[in-house]
Design a protein around this ligand. Structure first.
Ligand code: PMP
Length: 287
């Protein structure tokens, strides 16, 4: 099926949608993005994704696209036009195209940001069978840049990490810096020990996951103990449970780290319960 996508104010068939070869996201990874999931045709955690987008733009001194205030309508229209029941909406803003290549930022009065959105249909996203058996991760050194709190399109290293995991028969990689786990290639990382949920504290070392914020809120509301601090791979291998969170995987159990089984080597009760709560609550509050 040909998708209808959004580019700079226009809804177009994907085969007709184009951006310039001089676009700064193409030449310099000078762009930021968001991924919002869709469940039962509704947008999940939309306000959080919009707020983080605004923060990413501010941190990079990038202009807001003209249609910023219309983003909810644009998301909803794409869901409708593409008949999305379960899936994701990808949104990218770049600093635009100055019609040439130059390290200096173009004048924002002259060069306007590029705004692109497209849908990804993923039937069965909520009822993902992978969540019932969990995923296996490897650890790799975190050599990304120092502003991981900004959601930029510089995804080469995370992509290489995912490929390294696949080569070893695993699903994903956890990134390690100074002996401590920062996060997964495209998710936030957690362990559970003696009923306590442990996840790295927020800083510029990790992306401030929108799913993370919601899951920690639900965990605290359910009287679960949460500790936000760095942890090591050895501590994770010795934990009772491990899991990751992201907008497209929600809460996903991790059952093996660098070849060592976590707990019983199957999804644990805390991750399973948090996945249920997250899905129930966020579908209820979806817009
Ligand atoms: N960390 C990284 C590095 C990510 O790429 C993502 C997903 N984009 C996350 C964490 C999870 O963030 P969110 O819950 O907002 O999807």
């Amino acid at each position: 099926m040909t998708r209808t996508v959004y580019v700079n104010g226009e809804y177009l068939p994907e085969t007709e949608a184009t951006v310039s070869i001089f676009d700064r996201s193409f030449l310099m990874a000078d762009g930021v993005y968001e991924v919002t999931s869709v469940l039962e045709g509704k947008l999940i955690d939309f306000d959080g994704h919009l707020a983080r987008l605004e923060r990413s733009l501010n941190e990079l001194e990038m202009e807001k696209p003209e249609a910023f205030d219309d983003l909810l309508d644009i998301h909803r229209k794409l869901v409708e036009l593409n008949g999305i029941d379960e899936g994701m909406i990808y949104l990218q803003v770049s600093r635009g195209s100055a019609g040439d290549r130059d390290f200096v930022f173009p004048d924002p009065e002259v060069v306007k940001p590029t705004l692109v959105l497209f849908t990804q249909s993923k039937p069965g996203l909520a009822d993902n069978p992978v969540a019932k058996k969990g995923i296996k991760v490897i650890s790799i050194e975190d050599i990304r840049w120092g502003r991981r709190d900004i959601k930029t399109v510089q995804l080469l290293y995370p992509s290489m990490g995912k490929m390294a995991a696949k080569k070893e028969g695993c699903d994903d990689a956890w990134l390690v810096e100074d002996g401590h786990v920062t996060e997964g290639t495209s998710n936030n990382a957690y362990i559970v020990k003696d009923g306590k949920i442990i996840t790295r504290n927020l800083s510029s070392d990790i992306l401030h996951g929108i799913t993370r914020a919601a899951v920690l809120r639900f965990a605290r509301e359910a009287q679960m103990e949460v500790e936000e601090r760095p942890f090591t791979i050895a501590e994770a291998q010795d934990a009772d449970e491990a899991f990751v969170t992201s907008a497209s995987t929600f809460v996903m159990p991790v059952v093996e780290i660098d070849g060592a089984k976590v707990g019983a080597g199957e999804p644990g009760p805390v991750a399973t319960r948090l996945r249920e709560i997250y899905l129930d609550e966020s579908i209820k509050s979806g817009i």
